[in-house]
Each structure stands twice: as structure tokens, then as C-alpha cells.
Design a protein around this ligand. Structure first.
Ligand code: UD1
Ligand code: UDP
Length: 376
């Protein structure tokens, strides 16, 4: 009998991080792999799935503009329950800390389905940062039967929380599988970039920016944008490239504060290939993204993390990342320092792989092939 694995995917990072597992499971005869997209994200999800050639068997299509957390939760959990009752998987796989991931775990628990949690054990210890992701991840940790920890730090967190050691699997982060695969492709052939972008950057220093965290909306986001504008004003030889997240709470301040600046290029979210190419080309990356923090060390890129705390201390320990909060002065100081002092950049630029070696999906598939399906 094939092992039936249901993979729940809601947002862009889940698609990128679950794609290597879906592809590996589809490759092996012992699995029947079914993908359910909640489509908590629509365009961003479709972009990411397409790069990896994944077509969900089920699509709940729940995204609404400006959706509240409660709305996403209600729509996702109701839709997932119907899919789970129909598919009757042996195991549901959820990834990370999104509301779709939490709903995938909760809905599976209601139907007594085994739950595998990919990227388990990350914690800030602050229930409101990242919000609501810290609690989503902790709650999935209580529900899951198998915990795929990306790093020794994450594994140790789970063990300290009294999770059965036999249910904790140290496997690295699948984002590195995806990154290495795409990096090799974009190294060979430059992907299609937005019109005029390559001519704008030429051989100049470039800062790549992303930002979307809910806990920073409002004043925090205004400060982040003001800091970027301050540095763009003072550094006339540097180009700034910002693929702007589709969330209206992000787009309004970004367009208002950064729009029209001659050296700040605001562009639509990129598919993964051009984004990886730009990360690799960047002088400095400025971000609040979880995935980007994980990708940067493998590319040897300095990252300033626009958050007060991170559940990914490995990037900071490796020396690639520094926390700069959402404070205008601190972001301005640190970004200016990195742009004006090559020595400061070099200190942060060594390539290391604290998050994995590109074999996580194989390791996870190996575990799924062996686990006792009767032990719930
Ligand atoms: C979600 C996740 C966050 C993850 C992020 C990745 C939760 C609570 N948050 O945050 O953990 O880091 O995705 O990007 O699960 N929108 C579109 N098209 C899209 C995507 C988003 O228009 O393809 C707009 C919509 O107006 C939507 C809004 O963005 O209502 C917010 O999307 P949502 O998934 O609720 O939250 P994110 O902030 O994207
Ligand atoms: N990413 C992308 N295009 C973009 C911005 C980001 O493909 O325009 C990728 C990035 O490389 C990483 C993932 O999307 O793998 C991160 O997604 P996001 O920042 O939305 O979510 P988070 O990681 O913070 O949950």
C-alpha cells in the first residue's frame, strides 16, 4: 500500500519550502502525494508553484484582499476539513508558521490524521513577534507527531519542550534544497528581469529590500521606509531594488514614502529565479523575511534584519545577519556603514550553510517511508 501524504500549502514561502519535498515524494513509488493549496496567497503562491511545476489537486482559493487573521483561519480550516475527510491521508505535512500551516495541523488533528511539521522548533519566546507566527508555530508543535527540525538549535528547543526525541528529526531546511537548485540554474542562464532593471543597476552597488511583517505595520513600516529613503538620498552611487509585497498595508507606505525616488526601483514581487539572481547580485540585503535570512548565508550575503528579534539566530551566529529593528536611525546607521566600509561587508560575507546542505527533502522522505502509521 502506498503511503498517502497530503501537503498543505498556503503562501509563497510554503510553496518554495515544500516544493523539494513534493518533488521527492512524487519521484518515489511508495508515496501517493496530494497537494492542497489553501491559496491564502493567490498570485504569490501561483508564481512559486509554477517555478517548481507543481499543480495542486485541491485549491481552496480562500484569499480575499485585506483579509483578517480570523477570516483566513475560518476559511482555511473549514476547507481543509472537507479535503482531509475526502482524501483520508496517512500523514498531513505542514510547513512553518503560517495560518494555513496551523489550520492544516488543527484540521488533521480533528480527523485523527498524523501530522508532520516541516521547519519545527523555531522560537523567539515572544508571543507577539513574529505575529501571529510565533504562536502558530508553537501550537503546531503541540499538535504534530513528527517534527522536522532544520538546525541543532531548533532540535534542542523541541527536546527542552519534552517532545519525544524519537519524533524529532534533524534534517536541515528544505529552503536550501530549493535555493541550490535555482541558484545553479540562474548561474548558468540569467533569468528574465523586469524591463530596464539590469541597465539601471549596471555595475553599481545594490541594496535588495523586502518587508511584510504584520507586527511592523503602521509606524514601524513608516520608519523602515524613511530609513531607506535617508540612505538612498545620501548614497548617490547605490541602487535600491524593492520587490513590494502585495499586501495593501505594505504597498501604501512603500509607494508613498519611496515612490518616485531616482535610485529606488519599486517593482512587483519576483518569481523565485530572478529573486535568487538579485540576492546573489546584491551588495547588501535589507529584509524582515524569514526565508531570506535562511538563504543569505548560503550565498555569502550580508543581511540587515529589520526586526527586534529573530527565531533564526543561526544567521546571526554565522556572522551574515545583524538585527537592526524597525528603528529609522539604527537602520540608517547600519546600512550606511555596510555601504561605505567594504571591510564591514567582508566581515559578514563568508559563505556558510547553517540551515542545511540541500538534502533535506530526501531526508524527510526517508523518514516518511519508515514511520509507524498506526502510532498516532
Ligand atoms: C503571510 C503569512 C506570513 C508569511 C507571509 C509570506 C500568516 C498569518 N502570515 O503573511 O507568515 O511570512 O505570508 O509572504 O499566515 N496578497 C495578495 N496576493 C497575494 C498575497 C497577498 O493580494 O498573492 C494581499 C491580500 O490583500 C491579502 C494580504 O496580502 O489579504 C495579506 O495576506 P496574508 O496571507 O493574510 O498575510 P501576509 O502578510 O502575506
Ligand atoms: N521571494 C521571492 N520573490 C520575491 C521576494 C521573496 O521569490 O519578490 C522568496 C525568497 O527568496 C524566500 C521567500 O520568497 O524564499 C520568502 O517569502 P516571504 O518573505 O514572503 O515570507 P517569509 O519567509 O518571511 O515567511
Amino acid at each position: 500500500m502506498k503511503r498517502k501524504i497530503l501537503i498543505v500549502i498556503g503562501t509563497r514561502p510554503e510553496a518554495i519550502k515544500l516544493a523539494p519535498i513534493a518533488i521527492e515524494l512524487q519521484r518515489r513509488d511508495e508515496f501517493d502525494t496530494i497537494i492542497c493549496a489553501t491559496a491564502q496567497h493567490r498570485e504569490l503562491l501561483d508564481q512559486a508553484l509554477q517555478i517548481f511545476g507543481l499543480v495542486p489537486e485541491h485549491d481552496l482559493n480562500i484569499m480575499k484582499p485585506g483579509q483578517t487573521l480570523a477570516e483566513v483561519t475560518a476559511r482555511a480550516i473549514t476547507g481543509l476539513d472537507l479535503v482531509i475527510s475526502k482524501v483520508k491521508p496517512d500523514v498531513t505535512l505542514v510547513q512553518g508558521d503560517t495560518t494555513s500551516a496551523f489550520c492544516g495541523a488543527m484540521a488533521s488533528h480533528y480527523r485523527h490524521i498524523l501530522i508532520g511539521h516541516v521547519e519545527a522548533g523555531l522560537r523567539t519566546g515572544n508571543k507577539y513577534a513574529p505575529f501571529p507566527e510565533e504562536m502558530n508555530r508553537r501550537l503546531i508543535g503541540r499538535l504534530a507527531d513528527h517534527h522536522f527540525a532544520p538546525t541543532t538549535h531548533a532540535r534542542d528547543v523541541l527536546l527542552r519542550e519534552q517532545i519525544n526525541p524519537e519524533a524529532v528529526h534533524l534534517v536541515g531546511n528544505t529552503v536550501i534544497d530549493a535555493l541550490l537548485w535555482v541558484r545553479d540554474r540562474v548561474m548558468k542562464t540569467t533569468p528574465e528581469l523586469p524591463a530596464g532593471l539590469a541597465d539601471t543597476i549596471r555595475d553599481q552597488d545594490m541594496v535588495l529590500i523586502t518587508g511584510h511583517r504584520r507586527e511592523s505595520f503602521g509606524l514601524g513600516f513608516e520608519d523602515m521606509c524613511q530609513a531607506i529613503r535617508d540612505v538612498a538620498d545620501s548614497q548617490s552611487n547605490v541602487q535600491f531594488v524593492y520587490p513590494v509585497h502585495l499586501n495593501p498595508e505594505v504597498r501604501e507606505p512603500v509607494n508613498r514614502i519611496l515612490g518616485g525616488h531616482p535610485r529606488i526601483k519599486l517593482i512587483e514581487p519576483l518569481t523565485y529565479e530572478p529573486f535568487v539572481w538579485l540576492m546573489n547580485r546584491a551588495t547588501v540585503i535589507l529584509t524582515d523575511s524569514g526565508g531570506v535570512q535562511e538563504e543569505a548565508p548560503s550565498l555569502g550575503k550580508p543581511v540587515l534584519v529589520m526586526r527586534d528579534t529573530t527565531e533564526r539566530p543561526e544567521g546571526i551566529d554565522a556572522g551574515n545577519a545583524r538585527l537592526v529593528g524597525v528603528n529609522r536611525q539604527r537602520i540608517t546607521e547600519q546600512l550606511t556603514l555596510l555601504l561605505t566600509c567594504p571591510g564591514e561587508r567582508e566581515k559578514m560575507a563568508s559563505i556558510s550553510n547553517p540551515f542545511g546542505d540541500g538534502t533535506s527533502a530526501i531526508q524527510i522522505a526517508d523518514v516518511l517511508a519508515k514511520i509507524d502509521l498506526a502510532a498516532g
